[in-house]
Write a protein that binds this ligand. Structure first.
Ligand code: MN3
Length: 195
């Protein structure tokens, strides 16, 4: 069965003014859709086409070719949409809040470190909060790469490819990331991802 583009978990205008409907319509409807279509095209008639997306990613990770790039980008974007919410922002609660404070010192320091990772990713890629052997960590990855191929569990991500922010923020990646962390981060989803 072919892979399909999941619907956005909110209306395209729901994140406005922080992320515009125009950005979301291109990012989800064109970029994310293109990764899905390309993946289906690449896997047509191949044994990998019948596997779960995560298995396709893991089995193509070593080669890092077009199958990996498109499969990982499909997964990364589906994950990213869920990391955002029109009711996002604010502060984490419960176990997640305790772990963030224990690891980074404070929620503000977590945001600062995540933002620095996002700014420090040269060119296209992603910044992540992950769980690695039970420990929270901030990482960044180039292009399509993601935490699962490093044996880590993704808790949160922000897309720092230019297509994620250029229409709304032009070259101001730091402002985009700060806005995501202050206004859009879906802490409930992040907490659900804890192992
Ligand atoms: Mn993207």
């Amino acid at each position: 069965m072919a892979f399909t583009l999941p619907a956005l978990p909110y209306a395209p205008e729901a994140l406005d003014p922080h992320i515009s409907a125009k950005t979301l319509s291109f990012h989800h409807g064109k970029h994310h859709a293109a990764y899905v279509n390309k993946l289906n095209e690449l896997l047509q008639g191949k044994p990998l086409a019948t596997k779960k997306l995560e298995d396709v990613i893991m089995e193509s990770a070593q080669e890092r070719g077009p199958v990996f790039n498109n499969a990982a980008q499909v997964w990364n974007h589906s994950f990213f949409w869920n990391c955002l919410s029109p009711k996002g922002g604010g502060a984490p609660t419960g176990v997640l809040a305790d772990k963030i404070k224990a690891t980074f010192g404070s929620v503000d320091k977590f945001k600062e470190d995540l933002k620095n990772a996002a700014i420090g990713q040269f060119g296209s890629g992603w910044a992540w909060l992950v769980q690695d052997q039970g420990q929270l960590k901030i990482t960044k990855t180039p292009n399509a790469e993601n935490p699962m191929i490093h044996g880590q569990t993704a808790l949160f991500t922000v897309d720092v490819w230019e297509h994620a922010y250029y229409l709304d923020y032009q070259n101001r990646r730091p402002d985009f990331v700060q806005t995501v962390l202050d206004k859009l981060i879906n802490w409930d989803f992040v907490a659900q991802n804890l192992k």
